[in-house]
Design a protein around this ligand. Structure first.
Ligand SMILES: [Zn+2]
Length: 338
């Protein structure tokens, strides 16, 4: 098991005192273009007294991560500090892994479960899914920062968590039918994080401080479930494969969590789970409840669902088992109306 050593959650936690728990002198800061502007004074006050170099992450591709490593990275850094959204944290974890140094994850939104997980999702690599790296050594969640993120990104984190209802079922299926290792505890932890998110939905809709904190804790414990399992199995099943396929077929449409949530409704239907309840929750909080709402056409969904199992043939899921045709998928979409 590889887990973060310290998780600090609270108000105004991105500060010098907390960074000093991990770094003595030198650090490499990765951040996003908007975040860098919005939180300019917060960054300089938290990092005052440290010797640091900084790079801006525009996109989470291998090419960009490698370019930053070649041209900007300071090999004498004690840590990579990732202060930003999912893209920044993915690149930060990759650089930390490559350089063999610790990563401090400081998310600026609740958009996905990568905050504390040992996985880095970079596009343009040999695989369209995530790479196993080290988990961040420290996770600092500053709620005063997260609360400033657009509501859509907070809901996206909720959508990513809903996916754990079906990813854990796929994992169990692979154990039953293929004899794959199945970690009961890691699976329960991931499943609970989805349930936990369902309970706080009302508050998340109104962006209540305590609900957003709950959501962040659920995202962190989901990531930790991945660390316990030693694979992304508890976090990512067929619903993520459809989301990855949509990244290829209909790029830049919808957020990760929105795609995962919609795909979760479909996979929950295939498992005979209560997909209506999941969809109703999505509607209640303001997540999109149809692919068209995020600009993905019916034909693109059909293509994505049928392409999905081939993206990871070795990772057995219900989509591998059923091998659905486009006609079958189309009938299901009619029935569940997404
Ligand atoms: Zn995800």
């Amino acid at each position: 098991m590889e887990l973060p050593e310290a998780v600090i959650i609270g108000d105004e936690t991105f500060n010098k005192e907390n960074l000093s728990l991990f770094i003595k002198k030198r650090a490499f800061l990765l951040t996003g273009p908007n975040v860098s502007n919005i939180f300019e004074s917060k960054i300089s006050s938290a990092l005052s007294g440290f010797d640091y170099k900084k790079a801006i992450v525009e996109s989470s591709t291998y090419e960009e991560a490698e370019k930053i490593y070649r041209e900007k990275f300071d090999v004498n850094s004690e840590a990579v500090i990732g202060f930003g959204g999912g893209k920044v944290l993915d690149v930060a974890k990759y650089l930390g892994y490559k350089a063999g140094i610790q990563v401090i994850s400081i998310p600026t939104s609740a958009s996905n479960d990568g905050i504390a997980s040992p996985f880095s999702s970079l596009k343009g690599g040999i695989h369209p899914y995530s790479l196993k790296v080290k988990p961040p050594r420290g996770v600092i969640v500053d709620l005063s920062v997260i609360m400033k993120a657009p509501k859509r990104y907070i809901l996206s984190g909720l959508g990513d968590l809903l996916g754990k209802f079906t990813s854990t079922r796929d994992w169990k299926l692979a154990w039953i039918e293929k004899g794959e290792y199945f970690g009961e505890y890691a699976s329960k932890l991931a499943y609970e994080s989805a349930k936990h998110a369902m309970i706080s939905t009302k508050g998340i809709e109104d962006l209540k401080y305590s609900s957003v904190r709950n959501l962040m804790e659920a995202l962190i414990s989901a990531g930790v479930a991945g660390g316990i399992a030693g694979s992304s199995r508890p976090l990512s099943g067929s619903e993520h494969l459809i989301s990855h396929a949509l990244d290829i077929i209909a790029p830049e449409k919808g957020t990760h969590g929105e795609k995962v949530a919609l795909s979760t409704v479909l996979i929950a239907y295939l498992y005979g789970m209560n997909w209506k309840k999941i969809k109703a929750k999505m509607q209640e909080v303001g997540l999109p409840v149809s692919f068209l709402q995020i600009g993905v056409k019916r034909e693109e969904v059909l293509e994505a669902v049928t392409l999905a199992p081939s993206l990871r043939p070795e990772r057995y899921t219900i989509l591998h088992k059923l091998n659905l045709t486009k006609d079958e998928v189309s009938n299901i979409l009619d029935e569940i109306n997404i």
